[in-house]
Design a protein around this ligand. Structure first.
Ligand SMILES: NC(=O)C1=CN([C@@H]2O[C@H](COP(=O)(O)OP(=O)(O)OC[C@H]3O[C@@H](n4cnc5c(N)ncnc54)[C@H](OP(=O)(O)O)[C@@H]3O)[C@@H](O)[C@H]2O)C=CC1
Ligand SMILES: CC[C@](O)(C(C)=O)C(=O)O
Ligand SMILES: [Mg+2]
Ligand SMILES: [Mg+2]
Length: 491
């Protein structure tokens, strides 16, 4: 195992790299992916990111093929099926890597050291190696041959949504970076820009960042609000409703589709708009619950960020890798056994508004989780734009996966690294919320408020509305969503 690269750097460089974040201007992508036209792109791995990035790059006119393990080809595994059914050339590392101008390493993080050690000797002089997540570079300190350019092109969303947005003629916000140790020709940024353009990311917004900022923010987002919070919230809200006598089929449906429905509000107008979808008394209640949740969970969010920064998280996850993924597999199996996962979802109609009205606690959990994740990341030196993408922006995209097939689907689509961190958070968060959950009733989850009229105190409502609109995640969110809307009009 290599040394944690981040921990080897002087503090000055650590801070410089953590703070690297520039929202790129659309004009910087005027040449699209032209510099890669006629070049050979070989993707290693054809899973969640591999398949979907490859489909987009090919549709953008680039030459894409897949290098898979010999066993995957011989056994016609899922990765082989994904690639061949979509008409791509597939070959072994020996057949394809030496032809590649760009090798995209889209295998699970756990495999990166082995994969990179296998492909590096086969790569031609001066080729480029791309990652979609920098764990291997930053946490494992992978050393790459000095003639190779190392870039990162990281869509800020699950692989499935990378493709769906592209098919809609758009893209997903994407972070690009060049590894400061490997830019021998000084053209790493141009290559990363072309990859982001080829996947459609430039139509949604691209951040020029660093591998360090990417890793420390991506891990934090996925462990807390994006996956951990939604998993904990699903399990606790379901158990609560059933305990209070609500039909399990209704409870299951309210949660399975509820996250997607209420977080649709985030896409349109952030937390402010999500909360505006509630009646005034419900908004006051959700605000109060969120404040309480933030007080209870703040230390846990901070612990996750601290452990990510110090390398404790990566060290313990790598110990699990070395232990045949004992924790990951045990937690995965335990999740499948939860009452929420096992419940049959009812066929009753639930209107869009009912998801808000009967899901006040879920709204409060989203608000608390997004704000806490954002606040904690920014306090650790991560820039507002990255913190926004890794919290508020991506939450609806993860919620979409739960709507498809509950927590199972979310945990299949996200990376194994995200799945491990999600369980870690979930196991710490559930006991923390025990007392809180014992006090809540069906008025905030399952049935809606039982009020005779919608009257509220004017001054209280004014103060709440002001707090909502002026939270820093809302300020940066309005700016970034404004760019996305403007770009959508151009495309
Ligand atoms: N999942 C996501 O949506 C996101 C992932 N990322 C990052 O993208 C990268 C890829 O993650 P993801 O798409 O989830 O990965 P997947 O788990 O979906 O990748 C599976 C692919 O990797 C191959 N693979 C597995 N083990 C090996 C190995 N030892 N050697 C070679 N190939 C192997 C599999 O092929 P085989 O058939 O041979 O097993 C399969 O093609 C990661 O760095 C992740 O952090 C970034 C953003 C989001
Ligand atoms: C949220 C999890 C993620 O970081 C992602 C889809 O962006 C991952 O690692 O899968
Ligand atoms: Mg991510
Ligand atoms: Mg991730």
């Amino acid at each position: 195992m290599g040394q944690n690269y981040f921990n080897t750097l002087p503090l000055r460089v650590q801070l410089q790299e953590l703070g690297k974040c520039r929202f790129m201007d659309r004009s910087e992508f005027a040449n699209g992916c032209d510099i890669l036209k006629g070049k050979k792109i070989v993707i290693v791995g054809c899973g969640s990111q591999g398949l979907n990035q490859g489909l987009n790059l090919r549709d953008s006119g680039l030459d894409v093929s897949y290098a898979l393990r010999a066993e995957a080809i011989a056994e016609k595994r899922k990765s082989w099926q994904n690639a061949t059914e979509n008409g791509f050339t597939v070959g072994t590392y020996e057949e394809l890597i030496p032809t590649a101008d760009v090798v995209m390493n889209l295998t699970p993080d756990k495999q990166h050291t082995a994969v990179v050690n296998a492909v590096m000797p086969l790569m031609k002089e001066g080729a480029c190696l791309d990652y979609a997540h920098g764990f291997n570079l930053v946490e494992e300190g992978m050393q790459i041959r000095k003639d190779i350019t190392v870039v990162m092109m990281c869509p800020k969303c699950p692989g499935t949504e990378v493709r769906e947005e592209y098919k809609r003629g758009f893209g997903v916000p994407t972070l690009i970076a060049v590894h400061r140790e490997n830019d021998p020709n000084g053209n790493g940024l141009e290559i990363a820009k072309a990859l982001a353009s080829g996947t459609g990311g430039d139509r949604a917004g691209v951040l020029e960042s660093s591998p360090i900022a990417e890793v420390k923010s991506d891990l934090m987002g996925e462990q807390t609000i994006l996956c951990g919070m939604l998993q904990t919230g699903s399990i606790l809200c379901f158990d609560k409703m059933v305990e209070e006598g609500i039909d399990p089929g209704y409870a299951s449906k309210l949660i399975q589709y509820g996250w997607e429905t209420i977080t649709e509000g985030l896409k349109h107008g952030g937390i402010t708009h999500m909360m505006d979808r509630l009646s005034n008394p419900a908004k006051v209640k959700a605000f109060e619950l969120a404040e309480e949740l933030k007080d209870i969970m703040r230390a846990l969010y901070e612990k996750h960020q601290d452990d990510i920064m110090s390398g404790h998280f990566s060290k313990t996850m790598m110990e699990d890798w070395a232990n045949d993924d004992k924790n990951l597999l045990g937690w995965r199996a335990a999740t499948a056994e939860t009452a929420f996962e096992k419940a049959e979802t009812g066929s009753m109609d639930i209107s869009e508004q009912e998801y808000y009205d009967n899901g006040i606690l879920m709204v409060a959990m989203v608000k608390a989780g997004v704000e806490l994740a954002y606040e904690t990341m920014v306090a650790a030196g991560i820039k507002d734009e990255s913190a926004y993408y890794e919290s508020l922006h991506e939450t609806p995209l993860i919620a979409n996966t739960i709507a498809r097939k509950k927590l199972y689907e979310m945990n299949v689509v996200i990376s194994d690294t995200a799945e491990y961190g999600c369980y870690l958070f979930d196991h710490a968060c559930k006991p923390l919320l025990k007392d809180f959950m014992s006090k809540v009733k069906t008025d905030v989850i399952g049935k809606g408020l039982d009020v005779k009229d919608n009257g509220v105190d004017n001054q209280q409502l004014i103060a709440i509305n002001s707090a909502l609109r002026n939270h820093p995640v809302e300020v940066i969110g309005r700016k970034l969503r404004g760019y996305m809307t403007a770009m959508k009009k151009i495309v």
